[in-house]
Design a protein around this ligand. Sequence first.
Ligand SMILES: NC(=O)c1ccc[n+]([C@@H]2O[C@H](COP(=O)([O-])OP(=O)(O)OC[C@H]3O[C@@H](n4cnc5c(N)ncnc54)[C@H](OP(=O)(O)O)[C@@H]3O)[C@@H](O)[C@H]2O)c1
Length: 338
Amino acid sequence: MASPPRVCVVGGGGFVASWLVKLLLSRGFAVHATVRDPRDPKNAILTQLDGASGNLRLFKADVLDCGTLAAAFAGCEGVFHPATPVPGDKIVNPEKELMDPTVKGTKNVLEACSATNVQKLIVVSSVAASCFDPNWPEGKLKDESCWTDKEFCKDTQNWYSLAKTEAEEMALEYGKKNGLHVVTFCPGLVVGPLLQHVAVNTSSKVLLYIIKGGPDTLSNKFWPLVDVRDLADAMLLAYEKSESSGRYICSLDQMDIKDLVSLMKSMFPNYNYTDKMVDVDYKVYTTSDKLKNLGWQPRKLEETLADSVEYFEKAGLLQDADGKPCRLPYFYRVNAEE
Ligand SMILES: NC(=O)c1ccc[n+]([C@@H]2O[C@H](COP(=O)([O-])OP(=O)(O)OC[C@H]3O[C@@H](n4cnc5c(N)ncnc54)[C@H](OP(=O)(O)O)[C@@H]3O)[C@@H](O)[C@H]2O)c1
């Protein structure tokens, strides 16, 4: 019997990555998953996934250490790289907190792919790398040809967008020069249930804050959203389709936070919801037509919201057990200096 295709997922315990590992195992892949700390309780879910006992191997690796990545990639035909920090608070040291793990980390992933003869690499970038172009024509939908302006990011101290843009550009260029098939993904805000009940990632905290409220004022941004499971599907689709190429914007719906709150109130009327919100002139209109033309079929937003709320309930996150107020991630805060 032929052995199953073998791939590696970098940072396998993350929100997006853990769903991807689950999906790959369910499709019969042999999966290498890297984690920084095998004892971190959030990574325990990986070994409990269906198929893990026969087809999952965990590797301790850091993206800042190319050698640890190469050890995990050995024998793999493909690699998925979603492992970069997604900060929830104001960045104090951009180089250390974001630029190094995102840009140097991606460089190390690329070089480790070359060193181990990996054929195809899927990199998770962000819509943050494809939407901040002050010269983009007013009213024109942002597609894959739109790149975030790096000088604009420096001027506005938007370090996350700067790091994601530099890393994505570098990955695509490296792929062309070195014969590595690189495909990048630019997802909107990723929401949906988590696989573990131990640590909540930054984007899920936005939804949690909307439901619970707290001390922070939400800025009513118009921003694209995508379900974490649909993002995992999209990445596997692009991995399996030989014709996939370049970058893919990956978002289902885009809406004002205010409209998201109204939709959630209509679906789940029994929560308090945040009432602190101010309107801002901030609209990001994107299209995911390129991904849909590849065959991507995302679920409806209502299903994502229902599954997210069910998850929050089951995880006990809607009760204030520890008495600590819920904080809103920095990117959506109006009182962002705090
Ligand atoms: N969530 C969103 O709304 C969103 C939107 C657009 C794009 N994205 C992108 O999607 C990807 C996954 O995001 P997520 O929401 O799943 O975030 P997450 O749950 O916080 O996962 C981030 C992962 O990166 C890993 N990581 C960070 N620094 C690392 C390092 N030095 N070496 C190895 N691994 C490292 C983390 O490992 P540890 O567990 O060891 O910390 C974790 O597994 C990121 O690239 C992010 O930029 C996310």
